[in-house]
Ligand binder design. Sequence first.
Ligand SMILES: [Zn+2]
Length: 438
Amino acid sequence: MKLLHIAAAAALTAALLPTAGVQSRAADDMPLLRADVNGDYLINSQDMVLLSKFLLGAGELSSEQAQRADFDSDGVVDTFDLISMRKSCVRNAVNDPQGTFSAVGGSGKRWFWFDGSSEGLLLRSDTVTPFSFSKWGDSIDITLSAGAPASAAISWLDDERFYLKWGNSSVELLTRCDTERFDKGLYLSGEYVSDKGKSYKLGQFSGTCGGEDIAILPLGTKAQFIYSDGTVKTGGFSRSDKYHFTLDWDDGTSEKFTRREITVKDGITYVNGVLIANKTYSLPSTYAPNGLTAEFNTAFAKMQAAAKQDRMTLGICSGYRSYSYQATLYNNYVARDGKAAADTYSARPGHSEHQTGLAADINYAGDSFNSTPEAKWLAENCHKYGFIIRYPKGKESITGYKYEGWHVRYLGEELAGLVHDSGLTLEEYFAIDSKYSY
Ligand SMILES: [Zn+2]
């Protein structure tokens, strides 16, 4: 990655250590570390000695020290607090950091990502640097690339936050940020196109935009894109479903991202794993499933039974069509109505969805079907069984076909539901075209 800055080893170690002397300033805005009686951001034998002496009547505690010693906040410093202190020590020894944490301390904002065993990443607004780490007891050694290890003591406040006290006495507070989205790779990863006409390949912490490298910083509910030329853009992140998210950029504009991973296997095009046949994407003449697929038939039988409950009769009037059959059909239409007219209602061979074995015409393939109760029922209910009305009304310029209330496409219940709820055509939903190129 171009943005990775590998500096000299000594400089790296120095870079890892925050500026010293933050402690006193930070004390105001950093939460109280209970059990740390002497206030040095370490929970160790010194604190135990102070507390034990006090409990034995052999020493005094200042009001600040008493506040830190009062682990259970019951206003009394007693032996229960000593027990809690021991528990704290155990927690610091056994709790290993895992996930993404934002660090607040002496050297500006930065983030640590720990993989849970021995590897991690240090993220700054302009750099991403890998490190290795080892933890024993409440100590952690972090080594940036070929640098010398820097040691810090870990003190957990709770399951989400811990203090790092570095060798130079500087202190950082690390707070877990949005592990669900960042650590499980669900945040941004994948190929996307945006409504700004840009194409992105995004990973967890890096990616490309139109071929240009970008570093990506996850910032809680925001994402920061750092471009190779130093441009930084920060955007509020919101996801509408598994294929779409929006970044509301700090400059007031927003950019809608649509997942679009196009793969071609044996001449067949898949978008996000979904087989596509339209005017842009065709099937090879050799693609010939044995009629409608088993999934289609199972789902259709279920839908047919449900329709019957509502006193509707659904039947298939045209299901699978082979490449050669479609060629005959299309050529006959061209001979009768001319090519331009035929293209509005009939697919060219290889471009028909009927060749997929995943589409069919219901009851009657003609305009008079559109005003039947069955057409209304289909439009309202077919998504529940995994189907969509593939060529909806008013979307002729997008799908390339006039309104066909009878033509359903099987997508499976989850995707059919998502497409239905979006109110979009399949082309719009996956940000693809349907236009002949010849
Ligand atoms: Zn059809």
